[in-house]
Design a protein around this ligand. Structure first.
Ligand code: PXP
Length: 259
């Protein structure tokens, strides 16, 4: 089987950061992101994703340790390329690491990592994390410059930033959505030609998840805000089931198989 393509569609990584955002709003221990991560796994999450930020605005170090001790699916640790974070990752040894850009003032991760502009630093981080046994992915804009630079770092995997596309879909801006859709498809094709496993994420909701899954060749989708938001209405386990159903339906309709 081609390791760059999964005929059953992408795995779902559930990002639990915003459960911690809600907890931290009152400074206590409720709601507990680790408990909600377990509920996400119950609903079918294939991967639990979190971002330990430099300012610890959502996930805290103690959450990471508790996730490592108790979650039975792979953990995907989103991290800035800093010595502090790399040292934490070497101690925790999550199965997966996704290197992301980080700016203190931003509301969420804006734009992809500039791999081309700091190739040596990123390549060093990749080999350090590979030695720690982590599968490394680089969160990048879906453009040729960053994809080609990523392939040269030795990272086996990239995560394409779907934010611009998802925002256009949400706004009903079909012209922009078509344009961004073409950009994503071309990026997927180039990443595959260069032998990179390709994941996608950011900004995806119930309306935009299926179409990305149906593009084919996306191995993992990492989704946070929309799943946590949906969970406020239906509970985390059901929210994850709903997103998984979206992916299944999209794969079924693109392949002609029953959902
Ligand atoms: N992928 C990466 C690399 C991210 O940084 C984030 C946000 O933390 C996500 C996916 C999830 O984005 P969202 O919360 O918009 O679904």
């Amino acid at each position: 089987m081609n390791p760059l393509v999964n005929p059953d569609g992408p795995l779902l990584g559930v990002n639990i950061d915003h459960v911690a955002t809600l907890r931290n709003a009152r400074g206590g221990s409720f709601p507990d992101p680790v408990q909600l991560a377990h509920e996400a796994v119950q609903g079918g999450a294939d991967i639990v994703t979190f971002h330990l930020r430099e300012d610890r605005r959502h996930i805290h170090d103690a959450d990471v340790d508790r996730l490592k001790q108790s979650i039975g699916v792979p953990l995907n640790f989103e991290s800035a390329v800093t010595d502090e974070m790399l040292e934490i990752i070497e101690r925790v040894r999550p199965e997966m690491v996704c290197l992301v850009p980080e700016r203190r003032q931003e509301i969420t991760t804006e734009g992809g990592l500039d791999v081309a502009g700091q190739a040596e630093r990123v390549a060093d981080a990749c080999s350090r994390l590979a030695r720690a046994g982590c599968r490394v992915s680089l969160f990048i804009e879906p453009g040729a410059r960053q994809i080609e630079a990523s392939a040269r770092t030795g990272a086996p995997c990239v995560e394409l930033h779907t934010g611009a596309w998802a925002n256009a879909v949400d706004r009903g801006d079909t012209v922009r959505a078509d344009m961004e859709g073409v950009r994503l498809r071309e990026a997927l094709a180039l990443a595959h030609r260069l032998g990179l496993q390709t994941n996608a994420g950011h900004g995806l909701g119930l309306g935009s998840t299926g179409p990305v899954a149906a593009m084919g060749g996306v191995l993992e989708l990492h989704i946070g805000h929309a799943i946590v938001g949906h969970a406020l209405s239906v509970g985390m386990t059901q929210a994850v089931r709903d997103f998984k159903a979206c992916i299944r339906r999209a794969i079924a309709s693109s392949s002609g198989r029953p959902a």
